[in-house]
Structures are given as structure tokens and as C-alpha cells.
Design a protein around this ligand. Structure first.
Ligand code: ZN
Length: 77
């Protein structure tokens, strides 16, 4: 086992850690981008998905915030 073998070993170790570090960074960036994309989609869709339509008058309102309308047969009255 000479010095050449140690040099090769050192180069391999450096290359291994460089590649692994880059892969981890890439995965973190990917997850961050994915998280941002899902957050944006969630905030865009949430208001419409949470709206509840009044079966009588057809007015949309957020859950827990249903307001009675002018109709006599409104269920939120
Ligand atoms: Zn109503």
C-alpha cells in the first residue's frame, strides 16, 4: 500500500462528499420549491373549496359564517 493508493482514496472521498453534498442541496431546493408550489396552490383553492352554498338562495359563505338572507325559507335564519 503506497502513497498513490492513499491519494486515490483521498480523491475518491472528496468526490464522494462533493457529490453527496450537492445531491442533498438539490433535494432541499426541490423540496422547498415543491412546498412553495403546494402552498401557493392551497391558498389559491382554499377560499373556493371552503365556501358553502345556501341551498335556498344560492349565496356562498364561509363555514361558520353563514348569514341569513331576506328569504323566509333560508336555513341559516
Ligand atoms: Zn339563504
Amino acid at each position: 500500500m503506497g502513497a498513490g493508493f492513499l491519494v486515490v482514496l483521498a480523491i475518491l472521498a472528496v468526490a464522494y462528499f462533493a457529490i453527496r453534498g450537492r445531491a442533498i442541496r438539490f433535494r432541499e431546493q426541490l423540496q422547498e420549491a415543491l412546498r412553495r408550489a403546494t402552498e401557493r396552490t392551497a391558498t389559491n383553492q382554499l377560499p373556493m373549496e371552503d365556501m358553502i352554498k345556501c341551498p335556498t338562495c344560492g349565496t356562498y359563505s364561509a363555514p361558520g359564517q353563514q348569514r341569513a338572507c331576506d328569504r323566509v325559507d333560508c336555513p341559516y335564519r
